[in-house]
Design a protein around this ligand. Structure first.
Ligand code: SAM
Ligand code: SF4
Length: 338
């Protein structure tokens, strides 16, 4: 279906077109990464979480408004029951050409099972989060994860022809001595690498100032040994890309604490409860679940989306407080979706 003339493309007050939607399909996960969740996380009651049909309606409404790229995330998207039926249904927008890309961010634990099916349904690229290649450290970071199983999933994804970007959160004293090894491994397998700074989202047990490593420092350190060449590759998000002359591969640096990407921001996020966040770094949000649930038609939903986009802020307010104050934003990344 082509965009209905009744529902024009989404453009915010700063004339930024909204073309990228990230949707968290579940707050649950089979890992408990130390920077993301507390070990004894309480998950949402089922009735609060959007059904697969509601998620489909919601995503499709955004596609009708000009969203060209849709990323499913979580929690762990592949632990959501019947997730393939949602992906299958959404893939109709790839067939019509209304959607350019349907993708997901996953911890990789279920990929051996799902990689072929994802490729069959039109998924071409995925992000897989791997912070370390050391099995013991991997267990320490994810608390419950098994590196071998993730690597097996990665191989399955590669055999299915999926392009892979590895996401690595930089953690002081945990993996920040091992980026060279990560670069060699990732680029050696024809994958891309993205390094991510920790973000102050949600209460966890550890002190975030202990985990935080500045990617500006990481970059300076890498430059001692590698030739980093800035490339003008832009995604409208908080990543800046370089290529490494020695490997020919690409690295992205995601520094969400800096403001330098806000002016090109093209994205919004929806939680698994249907709350739309117009900016990852601000608390203002809009409830889309009520309009979704209060009628079968999408009129109320579109009105709510319009009102929300009209409030998309110019930039964000992240801070990691060095005196141990609560995180700048109370919600966990697993709720908003990274
Ligand atoms: N479970 C999937 C995964 O791990 O890829 C998808 C959801 S996860 C919340 C998405 C990404 O956010 C992961 O790459 C994860 O490492 C990252 N992440 C989670 N909490 C974070 C935090 N506090 N700061 C920075 N990145 C975070
Ligand atoms: Fe789960 Fe992803 Fe959060 Fe790790 S980062 S606990 S895998 S949602």
């Amino acid at each position: 279906m082509k965009s209905s003339p009744a529902y024009p493309p989404l453009v915010d007050p700063f004339r930024r077109a909204i073309t990228y939607l990230r949707v968290s399909v579940t707050d649950r996960c089979d890992f408990r990464c130390v920077y993301c969740m507390a070990e004894d996380m309480t998950f949402l009651p089922k009735r609060e979480v959007l059904s697969l049909e509601e998620l489909d309606r919601l995503c499709s409404a955004f596609v009708a408004r000009g969203v060209r790229k849709l990323r499913l995330t979580g929690g762990e998207p592949l632990v959501r029951k019947n997730i393939l039926s949602l992906i299958q249904s959404l893939s109709r927008h790839l067939d019509t050409g209304d959607l350019e890309e349907l993708t997901l961010t996953t911890n990789g634990s279920q990929l051996s099972r799902y990689a072929d099916k994802l490729a069959d349904l039109g998924v071409r690229r995925i992000n897989v989060s791997i912070d370390t290649l050391d099995p013991a450290t991997f267990r320490q970071i994810t608390r419950w994860g098994d590196l071998d199983r993730v690597l097996e999933g990665l191989r399955a994804a590669q055999s299915a022809g999926l392009k892979i970007k590895v996401n690595t959160v930089a953690l002081k004293g945990v993996n920040d001595h091992a980026f060279d090894e990560m670069i060699r491994w990732v680029h050696g397998q024809d994958m891309d690498l993205t390094l991510i700074e920790t973000m102050p989202l949600g209460a966890i047990e550890d002190d975030r100032t202990d985990q935080y490593v500045s990617l500006a420092d990481v970059r300076r350190d890498l430059e001692q040994r590698w030739t980093l060449i800035d490339i003008p590759f832009q995604t409208g998000g908080p990543a800046r890309y370089v290529s490494i002359a020695e490997t020919g591969g690409r690295i992205g640096f995601i520094t969400p604490l800096s403001h330098n990407f806000c002016e090109s921001c093209n994205r919004v996020r929806v939680t698994c409860t249907g709350t739309l966040y117009m900016c990852l770094g601000q608390d203002d949000a809009a409830d889309l679940r009520t309009p979704l649930r209060s009628s079968d038609g999408d009129e109320l939903l579109h009105t709510a989306i319009d009102e929300a986009i009209a409030r998309k802020p110019k930039g964000h307010d992240f801070i990691i407080d060095r005196r141990g104050a609560p995180p700048a934003l109370a919600r966990h990344m697993s709720v908003t979706g990274g």
